[in-house]
Design a protein around this ligand. Structure first.
Ligand code: CMP
Length: 140
């Protein structure tokens, strides 16, 4: 499997409950390396740009409001098959469907307050990483 990079975001519901370290432990224990990390709070414009692909979805407004409601931790994760591996660690989008032991099964509150975001393809990962980090701040 190829060495890949993926974008991860620890969402405001998780930072509010001080779960950053517990979530990072799951990534690192599974062999993913954190090659960039930044805690920030998105503006409306940043959240709208990041989730532009969901613009027509009924949950878009709520999603943007939630993602700007508190701090987030953005990360670039690197490793063999990192995109799929991170999605496995996160579990299904809706925590009700997430497998035992996954981040969302353990920590997510509901489908919106679902603790983490992860890129869904190598192509989207590259675009999302470029939106969130400068090349010089990614150190493998
Ligand atoms: P995320 O991986 O960040 O990508 C889009 C987000 O929209 C998703 O996780 C969910 O948190 C959120 N969302 C809210 N409602 C829905 C829904 N009905 N279907 C899919 N995603 C939803």
């Amino acid at each position: 499997m190829a060495n890949e990079r993926t974008l991860s975001i620890i969402k405001p519901d998780a930072t509010a409950r001080n779960l950053t370290g517990k979530i990072i432990d799951k990534f690192e224990s599974a062999g993913l390396k954190i090659v960039a990390q930044k805690r920030t709070r998105w503006t409306q414009d940043q959240a709208e740009a990041f989730y532009a692909v969901h613009k027509e979805r009924p949950f878009y407004g709520d999603l943007v409001a939630f993602m700007t409601s508190g701090p987030i931790v953005m990360q670039v994760l690197e490793g063999e098959g990192a995109v799929a591996k991170n999605r496995e660690i996160m579990g299904a989008t809706n925590p009700a469907d997430a497998d035992k032991g996954t981040v969302r099964a353990e920590f997510a509150e509901n489908i919106e307050r679902n603790s983490v975001h992860g890129s869904d393809s190598v192509e989207n990962a590259a675009a999302e990483i470029a939106l969130c980090f400068e090349d010089k701040d990614i150190v493998g």
